[in-house]
Design a protein around this ligand. Structure first.
Ligand SMILES: [Zn+2]
Length: 228
């Protein structure tokens, strides 16, 4: 008869394995239908809170990209006013995309690159993957006998590091997907690299010789283009 501790360890090991799957195929507790429903609700909230409006120019470009995607999603595009610089579109589950006016370039390929990246997050179901991760962690924490103290701190630190890595992986995956989508729709994929080059680069890990994530994204996107 296994003890409670053994069962908890086995459970946490199973959670770790589930979370370590590639971001496009990992475990997801949410059905496509549920995801579309959730996205609609979040979109109406985001529209109100950001004073966002549907945008015909973005919709035209987005429809050209969407024609090259498979799946049940209907992509809708909104623009919201923003005074501070923004570097990431809001990609809601099931299709809604919100882009800050300040991050939109005038040229069509540059705009398509931002939309393709947002659509990639949606197609790869990153929002509900992230929700699933939170659900699993909550279950894991509740099941864990290690309440409080150093062990709990270690679990939290490991979890935080995991989150950072997972988010970076989501960005790399979305960039790679965007490269393919741009090419398929007849846009110049270099526009994605130009967009990524505009990101601010944090001064971290330089002593270790690691490139910060924005630089690594530029490299990875260029490699994805060269491999096509
Ligand atoms: Zn992103």
């Amino acid at each position: 008869m296994p003890t409670n501790t053994t069962l908890t360890i086995l459970f946490l090991a199973a959670v770790s394995v589930a979370l370590a799957q590639p971001s496009s195929q990992g475990v997801n507790f949410y059905s496509i239908g549920k995801e579309i429903e959730l996205g609609k609700q979040l979109a109406s909230e985001t529209q109100a809170s950001h004073q966002a409006q549907p945008d015909a120019r973005l919709q035209t470009i987005g429809d050209r990209l969407a024609a090259k995607t498979a799946g049940a999603y209907q992509y809708q595009f909104y623009v919201y006013p923003s005074v501070s610089p923004q570097y990431e579109p809001i990609a809601l589950p099931g299709g809604p995309v919100f882009v800050a006016q300040s991050m939109l370039p005038a040229d069509e390929a540059g705009t398509a690159a931002i939309l393709a990246h947002a659509m990639a997050h949606i197609a790869l179901r990153h929002y509900t993957r992230e929700m699933t991760r939170r659900d699993l962690r909550e279950i894991g924490m509740k099941a864990s006998p290690l309440a409080g103290g150093a062990a709990d701190g270690a679990v939290q630190l490991a979890s935080k590091n995991y989150d950072a890595q997972l988010h970076a992986n989501f960005e790399f995956d979305a960039d790679r997907f965007a490269v393919k989508l741009l090419i398929d729709a007849g846009y110049d994929p270099q526009a994605l690299v130009r967009w990524l080059e505009s990101f601010p680069v944090p001064k971290v890990n330089l002593a270790l010789g690691d490139l910060p994530v924005p630089n690594r994204r530029v490299q990875a996107a260029q490699q994805a283009i060269d491999a096509q």
